[in-house]
Design a protein around this ligand. Structure first.
Ligand code: SF4
Length: 254
């Protein structure tokens, strides 16, 4: 099997975030241009200092953008990958989401693309883990609605009838000796993470839950896998299990 992490679809978020950063520079320049005559009146030193601060700010933004693009497209760990992840998850994501909404791009598309950018960062870090340090976190909607087995407290209770993807995922978690749990909501997900203390999480969810989750558990790295919704949201959802197995192959120390 070709072991790898799926990072398709990152272009939209990277283009939008680059435009966001250019706009931030334009707005800052405009602000400085308005206040600089007043600063000169107060003190020329103050005016010079503000200009220097503006240049440093621009330098950081331009270099940061170039490095992020390099990390995402070459998927190499350029030492600043950790810093880039922090900036993108904490600051750039909400501003880019706002810009995208203003120009009429759906939140789902932006979130989906952001998950791919996050996965590119994860790939660039090139970290590997012991199986005991990994956790697969699944949403409850993967379980078939006809199933009466209570697997939310213990996923291994799945009878593996094959009606939903939980059966295959149980096989994968057994094969690679990875802990796997089902989260019925954000509070339960947090509880599972606190109890298991994973160093890396593979999370399956919809765009919104994935982005909220990976931002919340940061700095724990999360590989996000989008679920498929052939019957609409939150009902009998599916997942490409091969994508999870492929990622495990790349993540587990050999
Ligand atoms: S595979 Fe497991 S969880 Fe899914 S329907 Fe069958 S027994 Fe239930």
């Amino acid at each position: 099997m070709d072991f790898k992490i799926n990072t398709k679809g990152k272009n939209l978020f990277l283009i939008l975030s680059t435009i966001t950063l250019i706009l931030m520079m334009a707005i800052t320049t405009l602000l400085w241009w308005f206040i600089s005559p007043r600063l000169h009146e107060i003190s020329t030193i103050l005016a010079d200092l503000s200009l220097t601060a503006l240049r440093v700010f621009f330098f950081v933004l331009i270099m940061g953008t170039i490095l992020v693009l390099l990390i995402c497209y070459t998927e190499t760990n350029l030492l600043v990958a950790k810093f880039a992840i922090t900036a993108y998850i904490k600051i750039i994501y909400p501003v880019t989401l706002l810009l995208g909404r203003l120009i009429g791009i759906s939140k789902e598309k932006i979130r989906e693309s952001f998950v791919s950018v996050n996965n590119s960062f994860i790939n660039a870090l090139k970290k590997q883990f012991n199986p005991s340090e990994l956790l697969i976190l699944l949403p409850h909607c993967l379980q078939h609605t006809d199933c009466t087995i209570r697997i939310t407290t213990d996923v291994t209770k799945c009878a593996r009838c094959g009606k939903c993807d939980i059966a295959k995922l149980c096989e994968i978690s057994e094969k690679y000796k990875i802990k796997m749990a089902i989260a019925t909501g954000g509070t339960i997900a947090r509880k599972i993470i606190i109890e298991n203390r994973p160093k890396f999480i593979i999370a399956v969810a919809c765009e919104r839950d994935l982005v909220d989750g990976l931002r919340e558990v940061f700095p724990i790295p999360v590989y996000g896998v989008l679920n498929l919704r052939p019957e609409g949201p939150c009902v009998n959802t599916r997942v490409i299990t091969g994508e999870i197995e492929s990622a495990l192959g790349a993540l587990i120390k050999v």
